[in-house]
Design a protein around this ligand. Sequence first.
Ligand SMILES: [Zn+2]
Ligand SMILES: [Zn+2]
Length: 241
Amino acid sequence: GTQKGDTVKGINALKKYLHTLGYLSNHNHNHAADGDYFDENLESAVKTYQRNFNLNPTGHMDLKTVSMMGKPRCGVPDVINRTTRMQGGPAHYHTHYVFYPGRPKWPATKQIISYAFLPGTRTDVQEPVRQAFLTWSKYTPFSYEFVQDYDAADIKISFQRGDHGDGYPFGGPGPYNLLAHSFSPTDGRAHYDGDENWTVVAVPGAVDMQTVALHELGHVLGLAHSPVQAAIMYPLAGPRV
Ligand SMILES: [Zn+2]
Ligand SMILES: [Zn+2]
């Protein structure tokens, strides 16, 4: 595989991907000339990525690493505030739930959290999103209420395309595929890539709305990524829950 010292077309895209996910802090998009050079920082970022995904930390783009990066996933960074491991504590700790640094959360006094869809959003996603909220209502002290008023809602759900102004552009299907991203409390924004092939019933090759919504709402409610493959907060899109 590609490794340190190599200059290969496509390395710049790899750098952008690892930068978006928090692994590469000093990626300079303006230096396109050496963008395709595999430097020491990139090697270190690849190693951290490999450790988070239980791969051999070789620092090269070996087959398993390329394959893992080829899978559609959430675009929320795995590395936040230079905390490189997707772990909340020691091995016996319940790593299904990992909080953001500083544990931002919705005020407990709120009881009801409202959510709305950007006007014009396809209506067939309302039911899978409602189901995802029902699941979270079992594990959180809140109830979730659908409202029409998008501007007034606590949680704002929308489909966005490409560069949509928050610094986390979407790219549609393809390599380094990021499906969605959401912001930690009490921001409330949940963005889904409008160029993906979303489905509301389980269809091979399509992205299941309810599965991804369940995961994204975890971020909206204050959960970060978990290294546990079976966890809802594992960054890769899992099977339908
Ligand atoms: Zn995520
Ligand atoms: Zn966004």
